[in-house]
Design a protein around this ligand. Structure first.
Ligand code: FE2
Length: 252
């Protein structure tokens, strides 16, 4: 068990710097449903790392993206329930708070809204986690978000720092904040895992007061290794000491 950690020397003296968050709001640890974990063992290895850096509760949020990940809510829920019991059988001490989804606003999204089965996260399943294309801007995003909020959804935009078409001072992102969209940055953006531009934007958004949530966006053991590095990063440690995020509200 935990072969990954035995091989990885970086896990010595890891600080639990994300303890104040307590809850992870974004990860891909249901095995074999998207580009995340490939096996139960990999999920357990990732969870072990997450515990070492301070997490003890998590929501899991597989991709719902047409046509790349043709997941259904029913199948994901069944697999999540199976994962829960497998983790319990293996003595894994991590509280699974619920199953959500990371829904891509793509060509099929209007159909999802028309026939809603969304898996949502947070207390009383209040939040809908959404992502955009990582490559090209999509027309009408603001209208889509506004329509969702008019329908009563509380919307979290995943990793706004990762969209190359939005700058640190983006008017579009500013308008989303005015509308009431929550932002969730990836913790690994803070240590440069996605490059310098995403790193700078993540810090800028947090300093702007635009970021309510952080997520690991944990996919696999490569991300887990990066999370260990992230927890050892002095700049990230300082930021975690000086900011509070709404993740911790989930602990109440
Ligand atoms: Fe994700």
């Amino acid at each position: 068990m935990f072969e990954f950690l035995k091989r990885n020397k970086k896990n010595k003296n890891v600080e639990p710097i994300f303890e104040s968050l307590g809850v992870d709001m974004h990860c891909h640890l249901v095995p074999q449903v998207d580009d995340g974990s490939r096996s139960l063992q990999e999920t357990m290895d990732c969870i072990e790392v997450m515990k070492r850096v301070g997490y003890n509760k998590m929501y899991i949020t597989p991709h719902f993206q047409h046509p790349r990940f043709p997941n259904t809510e029913e199948d994901i829920t069944n697999r999540y329930n199976r994962l829960r019991s497998e983790l319990k059988d293996n003595g894994v001490d991590m509280e699974l708070m619920g199953i959500g989804g990371e829904y891509r606003i793509d060509d099929s999204f209007a159909d999802r809204v028309a026939n809603p089965k969304f898996l949502q996260i947070g207390r009383k399943n209040k939040y809908l986690l959404l992502e955009l294309s990582l490559h090209q801007v999509r027309m009408g995003i603001e209208e889509t978000l506004f329509d969702l909020m008019m329908k009563g959804y509380e919307v979290i935009l995943a990793h706004p720092e990762r969209y190359p078409y939005y700058s640190a001072t983006s008017r579009k992102l500013h308008d989303m904040k005015e509308q009431g969209v929550y932002f969730q940055c990836n913790v690994l953006s803070l240590s440069g895992f996605y490059g310098e531009a995403a790193q700078n934007k993540a810090f800028a958004f947090i300093e702007n007061g635009w970021v309510e949530f952080l997520g690991t966006d944990m996919h696999n053991t490569m991300y887990a290794g990066a999370l260990l590095d992230c927890a050892a990063n002095k700049k990230v440690q300082k930021l975690m000491q000086n900011h509070t995020f709404l993740n911790s509200k989930e602990l109440l």
